[in-house]
Design a protein around this ligand. Structure first.
Ligand code: ADP
Length: 218
């Protein structure tokens, strides 16, 4: 029975990856590194790194591998004891190779890659129903026009910027899915396929069972 301590979570934009990352962190007692959140924080604080990342993120482009690899390498070097989860990294095969080299140098194995594979149709349907309050940021999933929290006006995420979303989706299919397949082929990943809308808790339950099986068989 393998003890799962170091996780990578792969999933498309709007796949519900953030929610599942939260559940996984709770269940397995992990610290999470979200490269997207970290980069946004760097931009907000106007750091040198933030300045470099901003021009790419502003265009919904991936930040260059060297920059992101460096961030994750530094973070891992200070997180060698506790279990962790990487959310949003690796996103390219070059990043996956860098991660494997860095882990080998630190003498730490990667225990499992979780691939949250949500169909494109489902993600599109979600985007159409998803609303975000223009006043307080509250998010709903059922197409409300008025914010249940503050009464503000709800707007769709998709309408905000369909081009940016389409670009992120394309990058995911072209660059990130091969990462998931790479680890799957090596027997290092669990594949959670989501084809119908349901509760995030139910997706997590399936994920938990798949991880228990994976731990037993490895
Ligand atoms: P999403 O999953 O909706 O794309 P994220 O918060 O994961 O949102 O990422 C936001 C942005 O941060 C990405 O569009 C990209 O510009 C940048 N980013 C995050 N992680 C990486 C990564 N591993 N490699 C390159 N760019 C990244």
């Amino acid at each position: 029975m393998k003890t799962l301590k170091r996780f990578v979570l792969v999933g498309a934009p709007a796949s519900g990856k953030g929610t599942q990352a939260h559940f996984l962190a709770e269940k397995f007692g992990l610290e999470t590194l979200s490269t997207g959140a970290l980069l946004r924080h760097e931009i907000e604080t106007d750091s040198e790194l933030g300045k470099q990342a901003a021009s790419y993120m502003g265009k919904a482009m991936l930040v260059p591998d060297e920059i992101v690899n460096g961030i994750v390498r530094n973070w891992m070097a200070t997180h060698t004891e506790k279990g962790w989860l990487l959310d949003g990294y690796p996103r390219t095969l070059a990043q996956a190779e860098a991660l494997e080299a860095d882990l080998a140098a630190l003498g730490m194995p990667l225990d499992v890659v979780v691939w949250l594979d949500v169909t494109h149709e489902l993600i599109e349907a979600r985007m159409l129903r998803r609303r975000e309050c223009s006043s307080c940021g509250y998010i709903t999933r059922d197409g409300e026009n008025t914010c249940p929290s503050c009464g503000g006006i709800m707007k769709t995420r998709g309408d905000d910027n369909p081009e940016a979303f389409a670009r992120r989706r394309k990058d995911y299919e072209r660059l990130t899915e091969p990462v998931a397949r790479y680890f799957l082929d090596k027997g290092q990943a669990v594949h959670i396929s989501v084809t119908e809308e349901g509760e995030p808790e139910d997706v997590f339950l399936r994920m938990k069972h798949a991880l228990e099986d994976f731990a037993k068989n490895n």
